[in-house]
Design a binder for this molecule. Structure first.
Ligand SMILES: *[C@@H]1O[C@H](CO)[C@@H](O)[C@H](O)[C@H]1NC(C)=O
Ligand SMILES: *[C@@H]1O[C@H](CO)[C@@H](O)[C@H](O)[C@H]1NC(C)=O
Ligand SMILES: *[C@@H]1O[C@H](CO)[C@@H](O)[C@H](O)[C@H]1NC(C)=O
Ligand SMILES: *[C@@H]1O[C@H](CO)[C@@H](O)[C@H](O)[C@H]1NC(C)=O
Ligand SMILES: *[C@@H]1O[C@H](CO)[C@@H](O)[C@H](O)[C@H]1NC(C)=O
Ligand SMILES: *[C@@H]1O[C@H](CO)[C@@H](O)[C@H](O)[C@H]1NC(C)=O
Ligand SMILES: *[C@@H]1O[C@H](CO)[C@@H](O)[C@H](O)[C@H]1NC(C)=O
Ligand SMILES: *[C@@H]1O[C@H](CO)[C@@H](O)[C@H](O)[C@H]1NC(C)=O
Ligand SMILES: *[C@@H]1O[C@H](CO)[C@@H](O)[C@H](O)[C@H]1NC(C)=O
Ligand SMILES: *[C@@H]1O[C@H](CO)[C@@H](O)[C@H](O)[C@H]1NC(C)=O
Length: 792
C-alpha cells in the first residue's frame, strides 16, 4: 500500500530531474569559443520557451542538416536550414570561433557553411529566439546576422522580407537541397512564383504573381497571422493568401513554398490538449497549380509525359497507361514509355498494333503539332494511328489536336472537358523480342487486296475512310526485300519483256477493266493456255524491284482450282505488269446481275468454289493470305463457269500512300467488316464477312446495295435478308425465282450461313473451313443470333 503511494512521487521527481537537465542543456547561448557537434546528444539549442530550436538534424545515415525547427510539437518541422545542398557528416561542428566567426566545419576542419553578414561588428554570442529567428549578436546585443533575413523555403509570423528577396523550395519533402520552384519579390516590386530550369537558377515565366510594381516593398508575415505585401509608404497592397486571420496566440503558423511549387499557409493548434495536433493547410497560392503553370518551354507542374491533378490542397503527378515514372521517388522527373514506339517505316506502319487509352478531362496544352476541326473522334484517332509521330490526341467538340513526345503541361481537371486519347501498343509484353520476332510472323501473313476493277460510284465520307483504311491496312505488311527469290527458277512464272507484252496486247488497246492503280488489257501470247492472257498494268507501284519480286513470288506460289493463276510478270524499269490466265466469262458481277440469272445449281457451285478458294488462301497455302476485298467484281469465271478468285497482293504492291486522298473507291462499304472502322485487328474473318455478303447476293441475284428497289427496307440486302429470316418469310427474297423456291430448304440453310458470316463480332463468324462444310451439307447450320447492328 505504501509503495503504491510512493510511486507517483518518484515518477514526478524523476520527471523534474529530467526537465531540469533538458533546460540546462538547451537554454544556454552559444558563446565565443563554443560549438555543437553533429551526432552528439547535445547538438542543439532551444529557445527560452522551448518552441524553437537550432542545431543538427539527422537526415540520413551520415548526413546532418544545420537547421532551426519547431521544437515543442511532435513533428519537429524544419523552418530554416544552412546546408541542404551539402549535408554535414557525423562529427561536424558548428562553432562560434574566438575571433567571432560563425561557421559549420566537417570533422577535418573544412568549412561547409558560414554566416557571412554585410553588417560590421564582432559577434559576441548566438541565440535562438522564441520567434523562430536564430540570431548572431554583437557586444551591445545588436543583431549582426539573422536566419529571418536568410530564409530558405519558410517564413514565420514576425518575419519581414525586404525587396529583393526570395524563397527556394526544397527538392523533395525530405531532401533539403535546392528545388525547382522559387518565390521572388523582384527588384521591380512584383511578388511571383516561378519554376526554374532545374538545375540552374534560371526562372521560367511566373505562374502566379501579384502584378505589383515599385520599390521599397516588404513581404510581411505579421503577428496577427496575415501575410501581406506592404509598400514603402505603408499601403498594404494585398493580403497575399487570405484575409481570414488565425491568431498566433492559439496557432503555430508557417508559410512554405513547398517542393511541389505551392505556397501554403499552414496552421497548427497550440493547445491541442492530450491529442496530437497536426499541420493543416489554411490557404494556398496559386489556386490550382496544375492549371496555373502553363509553360511553353518546360514540362509544366509535373514532369514530361505525366499529368497533374490537384484536389484543392495536394498536387499529384501521374503517368498515363503504358507509361511509368522514370524515378518513382522523384515523380517530377516524368514518365517514360513502357512500350516500343511505332515504327515510321513506310512498309510496316504497325497501325494495328496500337490502341488508345482514353482519359476524359485531360489535356497537354503545349505539345501539339497538328490541328483539325469539324472532325469525328474516330477520324481523329485514325489520323493519330496512321502517324508514327503522334503520341496522343486531344479531342474536344469536333476539334482534334495531335500531340508529340514529350508531352508537357499535362493536367486533369473537370473544367477542361474533352478527352485525351493516348496511343499505346497493345502487346506490351513482348517489348524487346518483338523487333526480332515480328518480321518472321509477318512474312507468314500476306494480306492481299485489290484496288482494281472497282465499280462503285458511291462516294461519301465513310466510303472514303473505308477506302483509305482498307488500302492502307492491306498494303502494310511487307516481306523483306532480301526474301525475294529467283522467281523464274523456283516457279513456273515467266518473266516477260515489256516489248513482248506491248506486242501481245496490240499496244495495250483492248481494255478489259480499269481501276485507280491499274488497267487490265486482253492479250495474245502463243505459248500460253488458250493463247489468251490478261495483262494488268500497274501504274503506281512503289518500292524496290526486290520487293516487287518478293510479292509476285508469293502470288505465284499459289495454285488452286478456284484461284486465277498468275502466269508471269514484267519488271522493267518503271514498268510493272502482271500476266494472268484469261477468263472468258468475265466477272461474277456481270454474270449475276444481268437480266438472265444463272441457274440455282450454277450459283451453288459458284459459292462453294469461292469458299474453297478462300479456304485455300486462309489455311492451305504455304503462306496465309487474307484477301481483304472479296466481292463479285473480283471473282472471275472460266469457260465452265468455275469461280476463280482474282486480284492478289496488289494493294501491298501498290503501297498506297494514305495521305493521298484517293478517289479510288475500293469495294463498296457493304462488303467491309466493322473491324476496319474500329481499329480492331484484321484477321481472316474480314474475308468471311465479305463472303457472307457475297453469298446472300448470289442467292438473291441482286446487289447488296440497290437504290432502285421500291421498298426502302429492301435497299440493303443483308438487312432485308435478316428481316426475312427473322419473320420466317425467306420466300420474299426469291419471289420471282422459281428454281430457288423449289430448293427452299437449301436456300434457308445458305441464308443462315450468310447471316453467321456477317456477325459483327469476328470471333462469332465461322471459319472458311466450317463454311465449306456447311455449304456442302456436312455440318448442321444452327440459327444465327440476333444481329445488333450492321455496318451498312
Ligand atoms: C545570452 O547572452 C546574453 C549576453 O551575454 C544575455 O544577455 C542573455 O540573457 C543570454 N541568454 C540566455 C538565454 O542565456
Ligand atoms: C564564408 O563563405 C563564403 C562563401 O561560401 C566565402 O567566400 C567566405 O570566404 C567565407 N568566410 C569565411 C570567414 O570563411
Ligand atoms: C537531393 O536531391 C539532389 C538532386 O537530385 C541530389 O543531388 C541529392 O543527392 C539529394 N540529396 C539527398 C540527401 O538525397
Ligand atoms: C528575381 O527578380 C529579379 C528581377 O526583379 C531577377 O533579376 C532575378 O533573376 C529573379 N530571381 C529569381 C530567382 O527569380
Ligand atoms: C496578375 O496578372 C495576371 C495576368 O494579367 C493575372 O492572370 C493574375 O490574376 C494577376 N494576379 C493577381 C494576383 O491579380
Ligand atoms: C496584420 O495585417 C492584417 C491585414 O492587413 C491587419 O488587419 C492586422 O492588424 C495586422 N496585424 C498586425 C499586428 O500588424
Ligand atoms: C503607396 O505606394 C503604392 C505603390 O507604390 C501606390 O500604388 C500608392 O498609391 C501609394 N499610396 C500613397 C498614399 O501614396
Ligand atoms: C487531397 O489529397 C491528399 C492525399 O493526396 C489527401 O490527404 C487530402 O485529404 C485531399 N484533399 C482533399 C480536399 O480532397
Ligand atoms: C499532401 O497530403 C499528405 C497527406 O495526405 C501530406 O502528408 C502531405 O504533406 C501533403 N502535402 C504535400 C505538399 O505533399
Ligand atoms: C501490360 O500488359 C499487362 C498484361 O498484359 C497489363 O497488366 C499491364 O497493365 C500492361 N502495361 C501497360 C504499361 O500497359
Amino acid at each position: 500500500m505504501g509503495f503504491v503511494q510512493l510511486y507517483p512521487i518518484l515518477l514526478s521527481l524523476l520527471f523534474a530531474l529530467f526537465s531540469l537537465s533538458v533546460l540546462a542543456q538547451t537554454t544556454s547561448n552559444i558563446t565565443l569559443g563554443t560549438s555543437l557537434t553533429a551526432g552528439e546528444d547535445d547538438s542543439f539549442r532551444a529557445s527560452p520557451s522551448g518552441e524553437f530550436a537550432f542545431g543538427f538534424k539527422q537526415i540520413e545515415e551520415d548526413g546532418f542538416l544545420l537547421a532551426t525547427w519547431f521544437h515543442s510539437i511532435s513533428e519537429e518541422t524544419i523552418v530554416w536550414s544552412a546546408n541542404g545542398q551539402n549535408l554535414a557528416p557525423k562529427g561536424s561542428k558548428v562553432e562560434l570561433t574566438s575571433n567571432g566567426w560563425f561557421q559549420l566545419v566537417d570533422p577535418n576542419g573544412k568549412q561547409i557553411w558560414n554566416a557571412s553578414s554585410s553588417r560590421t561588428g564582432l559577434v559576441a554570442y548566438a541565440t535562438m529566439l522564441d520567434s523562430g529567428n536564430f540570431v548572431l549578436r554583437g557586444q551591445n546585443s545588436q543583431n549582426l546576422w539573422q536566419s529571418f533575413e536568410q530564409p530558405t523555403d519558410t517564413i514565420l509570423p514576425g518575419q519581414v522580407l525586404n525587396q529583393p528577396a526570395r524563397l527556394v523550395a526544397r527538392y523533395l519533402p525530405t531532401n533539403y537541397s535546392r528545388g525547382r520552384f522559387q518565390l521572388n519579390l523582384t527588384d521591380d516590386g512584383n511578388l511571383e512564383l516561378c519554376k526554374t530550369f532545374f538545375p540552374t537558377d534560371l526562372v521560367n515565366s511566373a505562374y502566379w504573381e501579384t502584378n505589383t510594381s515599385g520599390t521599397g516593398f516588404s513581404l510581411i508575415f505579421n503577428l496577427s497571422g496575415s501575410i501581406i505585401l506592404r509598400a514603402d509608404n505603408g499601403t498594404i497592397i494585398s493580403p497575399i493568401l487570405s484575409n481570414i486571420l488565425y491568431s498566433t496566440k492559439n496557432f503555430y503558423q508557417r508559410a512554405v513554398l513547398d517542393y511541389d511549387g505551392v505556397f501554403r499557409h499552414y496552421i497548427y493548434p497550440k493547445n491541442s490538449g492530450s491529442s496530437i495536433g497536426s499541420w493543416s493547410t489554411f490557404s494556398i497560392a496559386p489556386p490550382n497549380i496544375c492549371l496555373n503553370i502553363r509553360e511553353e518551354m518546360g514540362s509544366g507542374a509535373c514532369g514530361f509525359n505525366s499529368y497533374c491533378k490537384f484536389n484543392g490542397t495536394n498536387k499529384s503527378c501521374q503517368c498515363p497507361n503504358g507509361y511509368s515514372f522514370i524515378d518513382p521517388s522523384d515523380v517530377m522527373k516524368g514518365c517514360k514509355r513502357d512500350f516500343v514506339s511505332q515504327s515510321c517505316d513506310q512498309t510496316s506502319r504497325e497501325t494495328e498494333l496500337f490502341d488508345f487509352h482514353e482519359i476524359p478531362n485531360m489535356d497537354w496544352p503545349f505539345s501539339d503539332y497538328e490541328y483539325f476541326h469539324l472532325v469525328f473522334e474516330d477520324w481523329c484517332k485514325q489520323e493519330c494511328l496512321a502517324d508514327c509521330f503522334c503520341s496522343a490526341v486531344i479531342f474536344r467538340d469536333g476539334e482534334c489536336w495531335k500531340k508529340r513526345q514529350p508531352l508537357s503541361n499535362g493536367r486533369l481537371d473537370p473544367s477542361l472537358g474533352g478527352k485525351a486519347l493516348i496511343k499505346i501498343r497493345k502487346d506490351n509484353a513482348t517489348l524487346i523480342l518483338e523487333d526480332c520476332n515480328r518480321d518472321n510472323d509477318r512474312s507468314k501473313l500476306i494480306i492481299i487486296g485489290s484496288t482494281l476493277l472497282s465499280g462503285s460510284v458511291f462516294f461519301n465520307l465513310v466510303l472514303l475512310v473505308a477506302t483509305c483504311l482498307v488500302a492502307y491496312r492491306c498494303g502494310r505488311s511487307n516481306p523483306k526485300g532480301d526474301q525475294a527469290v529467283q522467281l523464274t527458277s523456283t516457279m513456273n512464272l515467266r518473266s516477260f519483256t515489256y516489248e513482248e507484252l506491248r506486242k501481245g496486247t496490240k499496244g495495250f488497246t483492248e481494255e478489259l477493266g480499269r481501276g485507280a492503280f491499274s488497267v487490265v488489257y486482253k492479250g495474245f501470247i502463243s505459248d500460253t493456255p488458250g493463247n489468251l492472257i490478261a495483262v494488268k498494268k500497274l501504274n503506281m507501284v512503289k518500292g524496290s524491284e526486290k520487293e516487287f519480286e518478293a510479292e509476285v513470288s508469293a502470288i505465284g506460289r499459289t495454285h488452286h482450282r478456284n484461284l486465277v493463276q498468275l502466269l508471269g510478270f514484267c519488271n522493267e524499269g518503271e514498268d510493272r505488269l502482271l500476266v494472268y490466265e484469261f477468263m472468258s466469262r468475265g466477272t461474277l458481277a456481270k454474270f449475276l446481275f444481268k437480266d438472265q440469272r444463272p441457274t440455282w445449281h450454277q450459283r451453288v457451285d459458284i459459292t462453294i468454289g469461292i469458299a474453297k478458294g478462300l479456304l485455300y488462301l486462309h489455311e492451305e497455302c504455304s503462306t496465309q493470305i487474307i484477301h481483304c476485298d472479296i466481292k463479285p467484281q473480283n471473282i472471275l469465271l472460266d469457260d465452265s463457269n468455275t469461280a476463280k478468285i482474282s486480284d492478289f497482293g496488289l494493294a501491298k504492291l501498290l503501297k498506297i500512300d494514305q495521305t493521298v486522298t484517293t478517289t479510288a473507291i475500293r469495294g463498296t462499304k457493304g462488303y467491309v467488316a466493322a473491324e476496319w472502322f474500329k481499329n480492331k485487328p484484321i484477321t481472316m474473318k474480314v474475308d468471311v464477312y465479305s463472303f457472307g455478303v457475297l453469298l446472300l447476293e448470289v442467292i438473291c441475284c441482286r446487289k447488296n446495295f440497290d437504290v432502285n428497289v421500291e421498298d426502302e427496307d429492301r435497299i440493303v440486302l443483308i438487312d432485308w435478308a435478316y428481316d426475312c429470316f427473322h419473320h420466317r418469310r425467306l420466300d420474299l427474297l426469291v419471289e420471282d425465282d422459281e428454281e430457288a423456291q423449289t430448293n427452299m430448304k437449301q436456300m434457308e440453310e445458305y441464308v443462315k450461313i450468310g447471316i453467321w458470316c456477317i456477325q459483327e463480332d469476328p470471333s462469332a463468324r465461322p471459319t472458311m473451313k466450317q463454311v465449306v462444310q456447311m455449304l456442302e451439307g456436312f455440318m448442321d447450320v444452327s440459327n444465327p443470333p440476333y444481329l445488333s447492328s450492321f455496318t451498312s
